[in-house]
Every structure is written in C-alpha cells, then in structure tokens.
Design a protein around this ligand. Structure first.
Ligand code: C2E
Ligand code: CA
Ligand code: CA
Length: 651
C-alpha cells in the first residue's frame, strides 16, 4: 500500500496541529515515539526534582513539593501508559487520535513546567535563578530531541517554553538572563530545523520502504502470472501444491490435482500459425478462469497444459464432475476470424493422499491418468486408480529389465508377409520386434517400445532393430521389400533420422526396397519436422507408409499434405468389414488411396471372408494371420520356397 504522509514540508513548519492523513504512517510514528517518550518523562521528573530541591528552603511548600509532586505524578502516569503501549496492535484511527492527544498534552505540559519554573524565579538569589535558566534550557533541548518523531509537538514546546522564557527574561531587564534566553532560543531554533530535516528523511525512508514493498509485491505477482493467459503460472501452481500438502499432511485432508492438455493444439498451431495458437490459449485461459474459485486454483503449466488444484475434495465424485465440466467447456468451438476450431481437452486427476503424498508423485499420477485419457478416452478426465498404480509398477519392471538387458542378444525380428492379391505374390515383409527378457519372459513390442520411448532408450532400440532387420533382409529375394516400424519419437529426432540413413547405406540394401511405417502420433508430435524427415528419406528412394490408419485423431489434412506412398488400414476395421459401417470406412479409405495414388494395405486379415470382402472393395495388398503370422526369417524363407511350389492363397 502506498503511504501518504502526514506533513508536507510547509505544513510541517507552519502547522502546529498537523493533518493526520495516513494512519499507516501514524502507527510507525507511534512506534518511534514509544522508544523516547518514557525517557522524556523521566528526564522531566529528574530535572523538576533537582529544581524543587534547590528551591525547597526558599519557596513555599506548594511550589517545591505539592505542584512538582503532582507534575511528576502526571509524568509517571503518562510514561507508564506509553511503556505499555503496543503500536503493532493499535488501529490506524487510534494512532491518529493518540498523536493528536499527545500534541495537545504537550501544550499542557509545556505551560505547566515553564509556568512553574518562571514562578520559582521570584524566590532565591542569582544562583537559584541561574538554576532555573539552566533547567529551562536543558529541558527544552531534551524535549525537542525526544519529540523528533512528532515535530508539531516539538514546535509547541519550543514556542511556549522559549516564548515565556524570553518574555520573562526581557521583562526582568537582567542582561545576563536576556543573553542566556537569546542564546537558548537560538540553539532551539537550530535544533528544530535539524529535527525537521531528520523527520522529513524519516518520512522519505518510510515512503521508499512502502514503494519497495509495493514493487516487491508487483514483482511477486508478475513472477507468478502467465503473461499470455493471465492465469497463475507453473511456479505458483507448485507453491500452492506444496502449501496444500503441508496443510493436509497432519489431518490427512483430501485434495485433488488435475492436469488438462488440449487434444488438438499442435495441429491448430501448425495449420493456422502461432498467432492463432496464442488466441486458442488465451480463450482457453479465459474459459478456465471461470472455474477458479475460493477452493480451486487454476494455472497454466506451460504450452497447452493446465493444472487445477481442488482444495477440498472429500467427495471424489465432485472433483470428477468439476473436471468433466472443464473438458466440456473446452470442447466448445473457438472462432479464429472466419474459421472455427475445436481444440478439445483431456484430463488426468489424482487424489491426495491415495495417489501420493509428495508433490512429484501426485503430479506424475495425474500425468499418467492424463496420458491414459489421451490414449483411450480423449475428451474426458481419467481418475488415477489402483489399476493404473499396478500398470505403473509393471512398466517400471519393464523399464528396469530393458535398462539392464543385453538388447542385441535378447531381441530378434520376426517377419510378417504382405500379399499382392493381384499377382498372388509376397511383395513385402513387415519386421516386428520380439524381446525375450531373462527376467520377464516375452514382452510384447508395443509395451517395450512405449517404455523405451518414455525412458529415452528409443533411439538405440530403433537402430539396433533396424540393423537386425536390414541384415536379415539381405537374405530375401530381390523382389521382396522390407517394411520397418518407426516409433513416433524417431522422426522428431534429427540424429535418429541421420542414423537411419547411415544404417540403410551401410547395409547395402537398395533403399527402394525399404518402407518405413509411421503412425499419426509421429506426425502430430512435430508435423514440420516429420515433413522434412519424410522428404529426406523419400529422396533416397525409401517408401513411407502411414500405419494404423483410421485410429488417429488428426484430420485427413495430414494425408493430403504429406508425401506418402502407402496407407495401412488398421486391423480394427477388419472385424466388421462385412458390416455396413465397417465396409463404408474401408471403402472410404481405399477411395482416398486411389485419389492420392497411394497403395492401400488391409491389416489383420484373419478369415477368407475378410479377404474376399476387402478384395471386393478394391484392396490390392493384404496382411494378416490368414496370409502368414510373424515368424523368424528362416521360417519365412522356407515358407516362401514352399509357397512357390504350392497353390497361391486366393479367395
Ligand atoms: P503394427 O505395426 O500395427 O503391427 C502389426 C501387429 O498386428 C503385430 O503385432 C502383428 O503381430 C499383429 N497382427 C498381424 N496380423 C494380425 C491378425 O491377423 N490379427 C491380429 N489380431 N493381429 C495381427 P505385434 O508384433 O505384437 O506388434 C504390435 C505393435 O508393436 C506393432 O503394431 C507396432 O506398432 C509395434 N512394433 C512392433 N515391432 C516394432 C518395431 O520394430 N519398432 C517399433 N517402433 N514398433 C514396433
Ligand atoms: Ca506396422
Ligand atoms: Ca498396423
């Protein structure tokens, strides 16, 4: 809060009773005065005692005992009052009142003490009169010192005491007393001036402290705010999370942590540009802030990721319901000029303390649940459960086994044939990784590939598998190609792309016989990077296939904008290829392939009915258990030799 001070320079010098406009500053003044006022009263009492003592035999008792006794009594009462004062606990208005009261009391005390001293001059000789002069001079100087933080009162003392003293000395006509009075008056004026300057410096100090505090608070606010959305940022989120954990630790009070991630932010950013991306984030921030309330903290964690803390989550259903409402709010379209986009959003929710007690553990659990939503149920929020906890444990076991594995010895490639139904010949074999861990036994490839991606081993795993596949492919007849699966992380890494090119070159295999299979996830990760890598690979003659087509979430936009050679229709569609719906999906994809001049490959053909259905719809290439299961290269070569002699597979 910015302070306005009670005195301007002019006001300070001219006004006896100042205007107390800033209660905050008044409290600080009281604090400073409290340190000095008890000393002031002690000093007044001691000086009065000394003066009363020297005049005791000369003046009447009421002047040397009664009146000074009463005055000292008053001093003791006031000193005790100030002694017990607690400036921190008094209110602003009270401080203002007290300062006013103190200034007024100064008038009373000054008049009383100086009146008493002047009265005593009529008793005793020159020594006693000299004592009175010294009493007035030192007492007024001491008072001015003690009232540094209340200059108005210091001024009152100076005017009343020095005024009376000067008048008294001049009327006495005694040149020694006139000289003493003039001298003392001069000293006090200089002192009041010094005091005024000191007080102004005190006010400036208070002001700069207040300014520094204000700037500090502003900096703190900015350091905790995300500049694009205006929401609290990641730092603030984790500070709140730590505070919630500390507050909940003793009572085990439940709270919830949720993470939300936009489903289609990347494609929107890639397609419409960064300004549009920023607009989407701003609008997302605006919608999310509508959910921020007393017990709900919402922050932007970075990129298109947002965090929510639900402070009291005794009822899990309520937390889930809030998260689902957030997902729904983010599913409403956002308009970007003439177009509208629907970024959509998925969430992951973890509860304290069941999902974890430490900030990292809780955040990781919510992140895991989010990942689950993205994989299985986009657009919704997944609540982290025991089932997920078990999956994490199993994944950790795979990770540990993978890290300690002798990959070259434990991994091998199996090959599954792809058939050209027109010529009834095998055109390509797809390499599928097989890992037999001494600790865990057989681990399915999709599982260990996902773990390798997550623990940063995918680069070395991909290259090891590719080298094995390329070596095996050297044994294939020249008219059969090799299809190899890339992880979604591979294309995003220029080092991996360069290493792939080097491995192909080293193998001596004609690059035109190689197909690299990518999933839509690889493209969504970094569209521009993927586009560059694909162009580079194709320049060498390598073919590119889009794998598992139809399961992704990206628009057909990708297919149009990418230089592809093949599309593999996901095996999920084969189960009902004979039904109306399945048929229409397969036909649509095959039409698309035809329009774009791409080869369509139907995956997962298990029955002759499926085979004849896809062939009827115009699908030339097929793959599946019916044609051949994945097998070691030696078995495959044996099969090829046998097939050359036997009848070809046909519907
Ligand atoms: P994918 O690329 O879609 O591979 C086809 C999967 O379908 C293989 O599973 C294959 O055994 C299975 N499959 C083939 N025909 C049929 C069928 O008629 N019916 C059924 N139900 N399934 C069939 P697999 O070998 O378990 O591989 C699973 C996934 O793991 C692959 O899916 C691929 O995404 C990944 N993967 C496998 N090997 C590699 C690899 O070397 N590198 C990378 N990055 N991923 C790999
Ligand atoms: Ca594949
Ligand atoms: Ca596939």
């Amino acid at each position: 809060m910015r302070m306005k001070f009670i005195y301007g320079r002019r006001e300070l010098l001219s006004g006896i009773v100042p205007s107390y406009t800033d209660p905050e500053a008044c409290i600080r003044q009281i604090g400073e005065l409290q340190k000095q006022i008890p000393s002031l009263y002690a000093l007044l009492s001691v000086n009065a005692c000394a003066l009363a003592f020297t005049h005791y035999p000369l003046a009447p008792a009421w002047l040397t005992v009664g009146l000074p006794g009463a005055m000292i009594g008053l001093c003791v009462v006031r000193a005790t009052h100030w002694w017990h004062l607690r400036p921190q606990s008094i209110s602003g208005e009270e401080a203002v009142k007290r300062l006013r009261g103190t200034s007024l009391l100064t008038v009373l005390f000054s008049a009383l003490f100086v009146g008493w001293a002047m009265k005593l001059t009529s008793y005793g000789g020159p020594f006693e009169q000299g004592h009175v002069a010294i009493f007035v001079a030192i007492t007024v100087i001491a008072c001015i010192f003690c009232l540094t933080h209340l200059p108005a009162a210091a001024l009152v003392v100076t005017i009343i005491v020095m005024g009376s003293f000067l008048i008294h000395c001049f009327t006495s006509g005694n040149s020694v007393f006139i000289a003493i009075a003039l001298n003392t008056a001069f000293v006090t004026v200089v002192m009041v001036r010094i005091l005024t300057n000191n007080f102004l410096a005190f006010l400036q100090l208070l002001e700069s402290k207040a300014e520094a505090q204000r700037l500090g608070e502003e900096n703190q606010r900015l350091a905790h705010t995300d500049s694009l959305t205006g929401l609290p940022n990641r730092r603030y989120f984790f500070q709140r999370l730590d505070a919630l954990i500390a507050a909940s630790a003793t009572g085990n009070a439940a709270f919830a942590l949720a993470i939300f991630d936009l489903d289609r932010f990347k494609p929107i950013n890639d397609t419409f540009g960064h300004t549009a991306g920023d607009r989407v984030l701003e609008e997302t921030g605006r919608r999310l802030s509508a959910f921020a309330a007393d017990g709900v903290t919402i922050a932007r964690l970075g990129g298109d990721e947002f965090g929510v803390l639900i402070h009291a989550a005794d009822r899990t259903a309520d937390a889930v319901e809030l998260c689902n409402r957030i997902c729904t709010a983010l599913h409403a379209p956002i308009s970007l000029g003439e177009t509208q986009v629907v970024p959509g959003c998925s969430g992951g929710l973890a509860l304290y303390p069941s999902a974890g007690r430490a900030a990292d553990a809780l955040f990781d659990r919510a992140d895991y649940a989010l990942y689950h939503s993205k994989e299985r149920k986009r657009g919704t929020t997944t609540l982290f459960s025991q089932e997920h906890e078990d999956a994490i444990r199993a994944e950790r076991a795979v990770e540990a086994a993978l890290q300690s594995a002798d990959l070259a010895a434990e991994m091998e490639m199996h090959y599954q044939p792809i058939l050209d139904t027109v010529t009834d010949r095998i055109t390509t074999v797809e390499a599928l990784a097989r890992w037999t861990s001494p600790k865990l036994g057989r681990v399915p490839p999709d599982r260990f590939i996902a773990v390798a991606e997550r623990c940063g081993m995918i680069h070395s795993v991909t290259l090891l598998l590719l080298r094995k596949a390329l070596a095996d492919a050297a044994r294939l007849p020249d008219d059969i190609g090799l299809s190899f699966n890339l992880s979604s992380h591979d294309l995003a890494s220029p080092e991996t792309v360069i290493a792939i090119l080097a491995a192909v070159r080293q193998s001596g295999l004609d690059p035109r016989r190689i197909t690299l299979e990518l999933t839509e996830t690889a493209l969504m990760r970094d569209f521009e990077g993927a586009q560059k890598a694909i162009t580079l690979l194709r320049a060498l003659g390598i073919k590119i296939a889009l794998d598992d087509f139809g399961t992704g979430y990206s628009s057909l936009n990708y297919v149009h904008r990418l230089p592809l050679d093949r599309i593999k229709i996901d095996r999920g569609f084969m189960a009902d290829v004979e039904s109306d719906l399945g048929r229409s999906v397969v036909i649509t994809i095959l039409d698309l392939c035809q329009n774009l001049g791409l080869d369509g490959i139907a995956e997962g053909i298990e029955t002759t009915e499926q085979l004849s259905a896809v062939r009827r719809h115009g699908c030339r290439y097929v793959q599946g258990y019916l044609i051949g299961v994945p097998m070691p290269m030696t078995d495959l070569l044996g099969g090829l030799r046998g097939a050359a002699q036997a009848e070809p597979v046909s519907a």
